[in-house]
Ligand binder design. Structure first.
Ligand code: PMP
Length: 453
């Protein structure tokens, strides 16, 4: 019944829409899948197919689709005050109440937040704020930010420069000066003969090598996701973060945690930094802040840094939508639900252990080289040879084949190269986890069969 609508929408896409991270030509030829509705952890497409969203939108939905409370919070705020800026010494109640609520859930000593419209803008803000901070401290040469290969920090010029995605750097002559990269702690792919612990130390020591190469008096900050998300759910060995913390303290370098994916419960703690016992100086947030219902991001800043900034006069930076009242009202309601319904506690104690146990059952599949995960994050690495970890040649696009089978069988998983990623809404139930794992196994079978023919 919906067929003609689907065709009309696909024509609109072909004629008018330039979609992010898309092959424009392919999209124009084949047309996008049209998603029309969501409820809980499920989506429906324009053909009426029901799909389990194993990616929570784009790592966004903490509380799931279809929560009326967020709709009401938005419409109430739109009626009262749909927009006002927070420039020039003005503010409004929702932005202030949200800042206070955030201070209650973020790590101790991180009681201030600079709001943005997205995660990318949060990281742009970070770059400018750390340089401003060091200048105020009388160290204006501390400008360089160290980031990691394969990290993702956004798509603005600064965000894509901080990110370590080669494909993004090739387009647009990036990174911009003052941003350098080190290896990621990716043991399965790059650990070679080392034990995970030895590899974790090696990867952390790459940071110290880079600091000494650039000169510690020139390095402003190190930015990293607690667990790299879009880079393939890269979970560092246990030895990694303690060593990194030591190195940063020794050289007086700020520690920025990009919590855009790990924040708001994804690991079973409020933030990935809590999960690892890290104490960042700044944290970028977005996605789970509003469960994706409206766009909003921010940069959470440690009190000692704010004290210095307070002495500095104007910080010449901000966005029209910094602290947008409707976005703030929705974020506040999202946080209220996370707290009152104890959603993160349930993830930690019940559903994440179950998801992780069930996902690891897939490790016996002939295509699977490794299953790893933490909290509501998981990754399945597809290999040609389990023993040697050899991969299929890249022109086979194993991940894309698997993703296609998933979509056709009512499951969204994301493919990062040959790695299949899972990051469902935090509210997923045990029976929905069963559905996810059973569908994933079926899709692995279909992928293996496709590779044989
Ligand atoms: N940091 C991380 C870790 C992300 O995953 C993303 C988005 N995928 C961003 C930053 C950028 O956020 P946005 O797309 O809201 O600009």
């Amino acid at each position: 019944a919906n067929n003609s609508n689907t065709q009309q929408w696909q024509a609109m896409s072909r004629d008018h829409h330039l979609a992010p991270f898309s092959d424009f030509k392919q999209l124009a030829e084949k047309g996008p899948r049209i998603i029309t509705r969501g409820e809980g952890v499920h989506l429906w497409d324009s053909e009426g197919n029901k799909i389990l969203d194993g990616m929570a939108g784009l790592w966004c939905l903490a509380i799931g689709y279809g929560r009326e409370e967020l709709v009401e919070a938005a419409s109430k705020q739109m009626r009262e005050l749909p927009f006002y800026n927070t420039f020039f010494q003005t503010a409004h109640p929702p932005v202030l109440e949200l800042a206070k609520a955030l201070a209650e859930v973020t790590p101790a000593g991180m009681n201030h937040v600079f709001f943005t419209g997205s995660g990318s803008e949060g990281n742009d803000t970070m770059l400018r704020m750390v340089r401003h901070y060091w200048a105020l401290k009388g160290k204006p040469n501390k400008k360089v930010v160290i980031a990691r290969e394969n990290g993702y920090h956004g798509s603005t010029v600064a965000g894509a420069s901080l990110g370590g995605m080669k494909g993004m750097h090739e387009q647009g002559d990036l990174p911009i000066p003052g941003i350098v990269h080190i290896a990621q702690p990716y043991w399965f792919g790059e650990g070679g003969e080392m034990t995970p612990e030895a590899f974790g130390i090696w990867a952390a020591d790459e940071l110290e090598k880079k600091i000494l190469e650039v000169g510690e008096d020139k390095v402003a900050a190190f930015i990293a996701e607690p667990i790299q998300g879009a880079g393939g759910v890269i979970i560092p060995p246990d030895s990694y973060w303690p060593r990194v913390r030591e190195i940063l303290a020794k050289h007086d370098i700020l520690f920025v945690a990009d919590e855009v994916i790990c924040g708001f419960g994804r690991t079973g703690e409020w933030f990935g930094s809590d999960f690892y016992g890290n104490t960042p100086d700044m944290m970028t947030i977005a996605k789970g802040l509003t469960s994706g219902y409206v766009p909003m991001g921010g940069l959470v800043v440690r009190d000692e840094i704010v004290q210095v900034l307070n002495e500095g006069g104007d910080f010449n930076h901000g966005f029209t939508y910094s602290g947008h009242p409707v976005a703030a009202a929705v974020a506040l309601e999202n946080i209220r639900i996370l707290r009152e319904e104890k959603i993160i506690e349930r993830v930690r104690e019940e559903t994440a252990p179950y998801l992780q146990k069930r996902l690891r059952e897939l490790a016996d599949h002939p295509l699977v080289g490794e299953v790893r995960g933490v909290g509501m994050l998981g990754a399945i690495e597809l290999v040609k040879d389990k023993a040697t970890r050899a991969r299929y040649p890249s022109d086979k696009s194993v991940g894309m084949i698997c993703r296609g089978h998933c979509f056709d069988n009512g499951l969204i998983m994301r493919a990062v190269g040959d790695t299949m990623i899972i990051s469902p809404p935090l509210v997923i139930s045990k029976s929905e986890i069963d559905e996810l794992v059973e569908k994933a196994r079926k899709c692995l079978d279909l992928t293996a069969r496709a590779l044989l023919t």
